[in-house]
Write a protein that binds this ligand. Structure first.
Ligand SMILES: [Zn+2]
Ligand SMILES: [Zn+2]
Ligand SMILES: [Zn+2]
Length: 193
């Protein structure tokens, strides 16, 4: 697997915990502190700053080794820019370590929409449920595509289709509250609630 690299300064600014980190082939999310190797984090001697923050000690992000900073692959939903298939990484790619379309060998793009709840959880956008409106028959074959139909890149011009024959649906309205999908599954917690 390609090891994504970040500078230490980036880890306390742009790519903090819960930040989406792009690598050349896919995207990752920086995991929560409970997944970090604390013994690899060097202390920072700033006693006055530590006191004013009401913490006992300050540490800097580990750097220099492999897998210093724990990441998860996120979002897992990918789109092929060529054949326009949308699916989970393992559905579109032969090797889940390489985000590459198994049909046309094009690099896959992470799907841009994700969902979050007020308690700080984050999850994949429910694109299957969005298109099938809760009617998806598990016995049918569902091979979905995300097609760009208009000239703008607005959500209304991005249209989901499926081989099962369900009526296509664009993504208009996909940004904002999504009450039709029920409550959060609490899949990933990115900030303490
Ligand atoms: Zn493809
Ligand atoms: Zn379907
Ligand atoms: Zn939640």
């Amino acid at each position: 697997m390609n090891q994504p690299k970040a500078r230490r300064s980036q880890l306390i600014s742009t790519y903090g915990i819960g930040g989406l980190f792009p690598s050349s082939t896919t995207s990752y999310m920086i995991a929560g502190l409970h997944d970090w190797k604390e013994d690899r984090a060097e202390p920072v001697s700033e006693p006055r700053l530590a006191r004013s923050l009401k913490v006992s000690e300050l540490k800097q992000p580990p750097a220099g080794g492999r897998k210093d900073v724990p990441v998860i692959r996120f979002p897992y939903t990918q789109v092929c820019p060529t054949c326009r298939r949308i699916g989970r990484l393992h559905e579109l790619s032969k090797d889940w370590n390489v985000a590459e379309c198994s049909k046309d060998k094009q690099p896959l793009n992470p799907f841009r929409l994700i969902v979050a709840c007020r308690r700080g959880h984050i999850d994949e956008f429910p694109y299957f449920q969005w298109l099938h409106r809760g009617q998806g028959n598990a016995s049918s074959d569902h091979s979905m595509k995300l097609e760009a139909r208009g000239r703008t890149s607005s959500l209304a011009d991005l249209v989901l289709t499926c081989t099962c024959g369900v009526a296509s649906r664009n993504l208009d309205g996909a940004v904002g509250p999504l009450p039709e999908f029920g409550s959060c599954r609490g899949a990933r917690e990115v900030s303490p609630s």
